[in-house]
Design a protein around this ligand. Structure first.
Ligand code: CP
Length: 319
């Protein structure tokens, strides 16, 4: 039960570790209400009228950037998008000056993706605007973890206590893995990980997970399986012999998925490298909730923008 006095008003959303269970529950409850707005013919409410949001992306994105923009627009905010290739960042402007420049324009929220861990926290330190981390290096992607929680709940798994949840693949470079481990352990799940030793953080066990050498052991009896994208853009070369070898030993295919519970919830943050970490058929199978994750991404980002910018404790405030 969410406590009545929980409020996210003015709070920066930097990672899952800095959200309490009550705050997470408030976000999920609010996102469920936001989905009702998304299903209307006219998907627009004035809750954030007069608020200005900027998305500032130093890395490519389809899902996250678009859904933060759409979320703000559905709630009536003015939303401006900046990507590095078309901004003064390409002329060499430093992060501090870019944030101060946006501040001079009086944005209420900065949604930021950056390749360096801690970049969003730095922006939050120097800007009075609400900062929402849309991914900082391999550190955190809190809105992805929240949309995954909503997706798992909608798939009938309301209580995470005792659920076996497996995360597979490139853990080392994955901010999604770190955020999901933080969220799932916080809610009492039994979290298992498997991946090549070259793509496993040396301190992984300190995160409260069980580490496996074989993908099959992590999948066996799992209620939830989350397959990670191989982060080819972040990796040094030579961390695994060939992509064919990776798919053979670490790829999720139909026969491996059969080791999980029949009602397993299959997640992938996208974009998928089909035929590498996930086979073509498994990505489209009945247990795959990958497109639900995308839809829930809009609802979660509506909830985050609404709750941080209005302080709305109660969903009645939305229209
Ligand atoms: N899951 C995710 O962050 O996707 P994008 O890179 O397309 O935003």
């Amino acid at each position: 039960m969410t406590k009545a006095n929980v409020s996210l008003g003015g709070k920066d959303i930097l990672d899952i570790a800095s959200l309490s269970v009550d705050e997470i529950e408030l976000i999920l409850k609010t996102a469920a209400e936001m989905k009702k707005i998304m299903k209307r013919d006219i998907k627009k409410v004035p809750s954030l009228r007069g608020k200005a949001i900027v998305t500032l992306f130093y890395e490519n994105s389809t899902r996250t950037r678009t859904s933060f923009e759409l979320a703000g627009k559905y709630l009536g905010a003015d939303v401006v998008n900046i990507t590095t290739s078309s901004s003064s960042v390409a002329k060499g402007e430093c992060l501090r000056d870019t944030i101060l420049t946006l501040q001079s324009m009086n944005f209420d929220a900065i949604v930021m993706r950056h390749p360096m861990e801690g970049a969003a926290a730095y922006a939050a330190k120097i800007s009075p605007a609400v900062v929402i981390n849309a991914g900082d290096g391999a550190h955190a992607h809190p809105s992805q973890a929240l949309l995954d929680l909503l997706t798992i709940r909608e798939d009938g798994k309301k209580d995470f206590k005792g659920l076996k949840m497996a995360i597979l693949g490139d853990i080392l470079y994955s901010r999604v893995a770190r955020s999901n481990i933080a969220a799932w352990t916080k809610l009492g799940a039994d979290v298992h990980v498997a991946g090549p030793v070259t793509l496993m953080p040396h301190d992984i066990a300190s995160l409260g997970v069980t580490v496996h050498d074989r993908i099959e052991d992590a999948i066996e009896g799992a209620d939830v399986v989350d397959v990670l994208r191989i982060q080819l853009e972040r990796q040094k070369k030579g961390l695994f012999p060939t992509t064919r070898e990776y798919a053979r030993i670490w790829g999720l295919n139909e026969s491996r998925l059969k080791l999980a519970k029949p009602d397993v919830t299959l997640l992938h943050p996208g974009p998928m490298n089909r035929g590498l970490e996930i086979s073509w058929d498994v990505g489209y199978c009945d247990n795959a909730r990958i497109r639900d994750e995308v839809q829930n991404g809009v609802a979660i980002r509506m909830a985050l923008e609404f709750l941080t910018l209005t302080g709305g404790k109660h969903i009645e405030n939305i229209d």
